[in-house]
Ligand binder design. Sequence first.
Ligand code: FAD
Length: 291
Amino acid sequence: MDFLRPGIWAEALAAKADRPEALPVQGGTDVMVELNFDTRRPAALLDLNRVAELAAWTAEPDGRLRVGAGVTYARLIAELGDRLPGLAQAARTVGSPQIRNRGTVGGNLGAASPAGDSHPPLLAGDAVVEVESAARGVRMIPAAEFYLGVKRSALEPDELIRAFWMSPASGPQYFSKVGTRNAMVIAVCSFAVALHPGERRVGTGIGSAAPTPRRAVAAEEFLAAELDWDARLDPAVLARFGELAAGAASPIDDVRGTADYRRHAIAVMARRTLTWAWNDLRSGRFERRAS
Ligand SMILES: Cc1cc2nc3c(=O)[nH]c(=O)nc-3n(C[C@H](O)[C@H](O)[C@H](O)COP(=O)(O)OP(=O)(O)OC[C@H]3O[C@@H](n4cnc5c(N)ncnc54)[C@H](O)[C@@H]3O)c2cc1C
């Protein structure tokens, strides 16, 4: 197995163009497990750890954050937790401190597992994935179009993930995950909401309850039409939101849970996360935290 170690981004793109079969490795928390269990034996590994550009994040002129694919969960929590609270909350549930010190959102996107914890908040927060190839340059792919199937994404063999772009939260955001214990656990299912009060819109993301992470589009449209932003949360609206969120899932029975349980849990988490976010908004807690 060849081990390729580019020092800068341009070299990484050139290496991927030259060897499309080379498997990128960032934190290695997915890749090394696959190598150890011999479920994957790539002809070459493309180690991205020396590419300093990937480990940086910047606030861009349009107000969005551009977060390099190599920024670890631990750094995301510490450095961006105030601006990306939903994603940071999801990051806190990933693995253990060791995994959070190595693992990255870039790697979660690269793996494109339906159970990856970063996906629901990326969807709810309208994230855009920046990918690049030496031949065709940069492509900006909305998160909602990035996931194509179980562990399949829109990434082409000669492309690498450079960063994800996301606006700092304009309202409360929450993530909820059901697992068989509190840490070191793959989600049985998960759910994220992001309130966008300026646009009177609520973003959603469902995890581990369909072949891909996905938005609950009908539930979002229902809230856009029915939510009274100046009133208390109507229990009937909340209940219908839960039903529509569950309806957006298409889960399977597997070792972690049944399809019925997952649908039920999605409805519960949708109601809970929306209630938490709504309470923060109404009480002014979000503004106090953001200022
Ligand atoms: C003990 C343990 C617990 C875990 N717990 C969780 C959990 O709770 N929640 C969760 O979501 N995940 C969990 N994981 C899985 C893993 O930690 C995450 O998916 C993590 O985000 C992977 O990031 P990484 O940087 O280590 O990726 P890597 O292992 O380096 O790569 C993962 C995939 O992405 C590709 N890739 C990496 N970087 C790029 C790039 N720049 N461009 C293109 N492709 C790229 C790789 O080729 C590979 O296919 C756990 C893993 C372990 C071992």
